[in-house]
Design a protein around this ligand. Structure first.
Ligand SMILES: [Fe+2]
Length: 307
């Protein structure tokens, strides 16, 4: 380890806090604590993961530390499993009883993200500047003290369960698709009107396989009670039947193909402000063939796509 590699605490002149962890806190971690204790600008502590350790690892110590060093893989595992919810301490909930704070408490049915935006390679029917929905959604686990599962529904599991007639209906350009809540206000500000497409398909065959775009509350069939509605109901039922729960723990990165899988989640509960489940979401899109007009013009960073 090179001391220069260690990040400095931001916006603070207090010493950098290093925590060393071994099993018993008798030899390895106290030695490391002493070795580094003499360095200027550094504060050190040590603890053990075993129950009988001289100084047992605690939530307070985990939250105190800026950097935590472990001696063995098992220490890392015990740290993540026992204190994962305390590894990230500077998270704040969006203030107030806003729509997003509420939304982050409930469960979510299967959906693809940015559902109203076109598949990669397609154009929006009304506005050629609109960039495609992401190819991949990555979720980084920050906190998940209640082990709330992310639910994954893979098209390869769902398609064989659907009847050919339902698959046919889902491929017809006949559904209305509205922007999801997360995207609604921001895109409305930019476009001047809510983003909405009509006569769009839910499934599409491409050279890269069958693509899907779906969200139960934002995809509407042309008429109630017809074969298009029956097909989307069947799609949802088969998604639920095949859903795989994955618990994203702190430090885990889950990468979901947003073209060939849907994702949802279980109920999170009332906790907000860092007690509850926190995932950091990031999107990825292959932009190698993206037309220049689909990026924001002017001063926006080049990775910011329209709208
Ligand atoms: Fe999502």
């Amino acid at each position: 380890m090179v001391m220069a590699d260690i990040p400095q605490p931001q916006a603070s002149r207090r010493p950098l806090r290093l925590l060393f962890i071994c099993s018993q806190n008798r030899l390895r971690s106290p030695t490391a604590e002493q070795v580094f204790a003499g360095h200027p600008g550094i504060e050190t502590a040590s603890a053990g993961t075993n129950r009988g350790a001289d100084n047992p690892l605690s939530a307070e110590l985990v939250e105190w530390a800026d950097v935590i060093f472990v001696m063995e893989k098992q220490h890392q595992r015990k740290l993540t499993q026992g204190f994962g919810a305390h590894l990230f301490v500077n998270l704040v909930a969006m203030p107030g009883p806003g729509a997003f704070a509420e939304k982050s408490k409930g469960g979510m049915r299967g959906h693809t993200d940015a559902v109203s935006f076109p598949f990669n390679g397609d154009d929006d029917p009304d506005d050629g500047r609109i960039a495609p929905s992401p190819d991949f959604v990555s979720l980084v686990g920050l906190r998940n003290p209640k082990d709330v599962p992310t639910r994954l529904m893979l098209l390869q599991d769902v398609l064989p369960l659907l009847s050919p007639a339902d698959v046919d209906e889902l491929k017809k350009p006949q559904y209305s698709i509205r922007a999801q809540r997360t995207f609604r206000q921001g895109t409305k500000r930019i476009l001047g009107t809510e983003h909405f497409v009509i006569d769009a398909p839910v499934l599409k065959d491409t050279a890269g396989g069958t693509y899907v775009r779906y969200s139960h509350s934002n995809v509407t069939p042309p008429v109630n009670g017809g074969p298009a509605e029956q097909a989307s109901n069947q799609l949802e039922a088969c998604c639920n039947q095949t859903a795989k729960p994955v618990v994203v723990q702190p430090g885990d990165v889950l990468i979901i193909n947003n073209r060939s899988a849907l994702h949802g989640r279980g109920e999170v509960g009332d906790d907000v402000g860092g007690q509850s489940r926190w995932l950091l979401r990031a999107y990825a899109l292959d932009t190698s063939k993206l037309q220049a007009q689909k990026r924001h013009q002017g001063g926006a960073a080049p990775h910011v796509l329209f709208p």
